[in-house]
Design a protein around this ligand. Structure first.
Ligand code: NAP
Length: 257
C-alpha cells in the first residue's frame, strides 16, 4: 500500500488567519503526513489564535509576516534557514483587495487599489518563490491559491480577477524557471469557501449557492479537499505536475450554462 509520508520535510505556509482559512486546511493535511510546519500570520491580533492552532502540530514555528515588507519577508526566510536549514514546500494562501474594490464597477478601480491588490495577491508569489528556491536545495513544491475569476467574469470580484490572472501567469513562468532545480510550481483553483476574505466579497453567499446548484457534484467544496490536493502536489505522487492550475471546485469550471 502506498501512503503519503512527509517526515523530514518542511513547509512554510502563509495565510493562516483562523481555522476556516484554506492555509489551515493545508497545514492540517501536511502536518498529519508528518511534515514540519512553519506558519505565518499577518497582524498582532491574529497571533494568539494562530499560535493556538499551530500548537496542535509538534514543533510548529509561527511567525508574523506582512508580504508588503521586504524586511519581514527576508526575516522569515532567515528564520526558516536557521531553524530548519532548508525548505521543501512553500504554500502561498494570501490575497487582499480593499473593500471598495470588491464591489461595484471594475472600471472605477483606483490606481492605488490596483497596486495594493496586485502587490499582495500576485507579486508576493514572485518575491517569496525567489527566496524559497534558494532554500529548496533538494527540489521542492510551491503552491498558491487562485480562483476562476482569473478566466471568467464574476461580478464584484473585479480587481481580484486581475490579480488571480497575474498569479496564474506567475505560476507558469516560475515553473519554467525553477523546473531545472526540480522545484514544481502549481496553483489550486478553489471553489467558493466561506472564509474571512471570501466574506469580504460583495454577494459571496449568492455565488456559493450558484456554484452548489450548477456544479457537476452539486455541492460546494470542503476546505479539506484543498488540503488533500496540496498534500498530493507536495508529495511524490505529484512529481510530474508543474505550471498547472488545478481545479478543486466540484467541477464548476466545465459548465457553460
Ligand atoms: P483567509 O482565511 O482570510 O486567508 C487570507 C489570508 O491572507 C489571511 O491570513 C490574510 O491576513 C492574508 N493576508 C492579507 N494581506 C496580507 C499581507 N499583506 N501579508 C500577509 N498576509 C496577508 O481566506 P482564504 O479564503 O483562506 O484565502 C486564502 C487564499 O485562497 C487566497 O489567495 C484566496 O484568494 C484563495 N481562494 C479562496 C477562495 C474562497 O472561496 N475562500 C476561493 C478560491 C481561492 P489578514 O486576515 O490579516 O488580512
Amino acid at each position: 500500500m502506498r501512503t503519503i509520508n512527509l517526515r523530514g520535510k518542511t513547509a512554510l505556509i502563509l495565510g493562516v488567519a483562523n481555522k476556516r482559512s484554506l492555509a489551515w486546511a493545508i497545514a492540517e493535511a501536511l502536518g498529519e503526513a508528518g511534515c514540519r510546519l512553519a506558519m505565518t500570520y499577518q497582524g498582532v491580533r491574529l497571533q494568539k489564535n494562530v499560535s493556538e492552532l499551530a500548537s496542535k502540530h509538534k514543533n510548529a514555528l509561527v511567525m508574523a509576516l506582512d508580504v508588503t515588507s521586504e524586511e519581514q519577508v527576508d526575516g522569515v526566510f532567515a528564520t526558516v534557514k536557521s531553524r530548519f536549514g532548508r525548505l521543501d514546500y512553500l504554500i502561498h494562501s494570501i490575497a487582499f483587495a480593499r473593500r471598495a474594490e470588491l464591489e461595484g464597477e471594475f472600471r472605477k478601480t483606483t490606481r492605488e487599489g490596483w497596486r495594493i491588490a496586485l502587490d499582495i495577491s500576485a507579486y508576493s508569489l514572485v518575491a517569496l518563490s525567489n527566496r524559497a528556491a534558494r532554500l529548496m536545495t533538494e527540489g521542492g513544491s510551491i503552491i498558491s491559491l487562485t480562483f476562476q475569476a482569473s478566466q471568467r467574469v464574476f461580478p464584484n470580484y473585479n480587481v481580484m480577477g486581475a490579480a488571480k490572472a497575474a498569479l496564474e501567469y506567475n505560476t507558469r513562468q516560475l515553473a519554467y524557471e525553477l523546473g531545472p532545480k526540480n522545484i514544481r510550481v502549481n496553483t489550486i483553483s478553489a471553489g467558493p469557501v466561506p472564509t474571512l476574505s471570501a466574506r469580504g466579497i460583495s454577494g459571496f453567499s449568492g455565488m456559493a449557492a450558484h456554484h452548489r446548484k450548477k456544479s457537476p457534484l452539486q455541492r460546494n467544496i470542503e476546505p479539506r479537499e484543498v488540503g488533500d490536493t496540496a498534500l498530493f502536489l507536495c508529495s511524490d505522487l505529484g512529481s510530474g505536475i508543474t505550471g498547472a492550475t488545478i481545479y478543486v471546485d466540484a467541477g464548476y469550471n466545465i459548465i457553460g450554462l
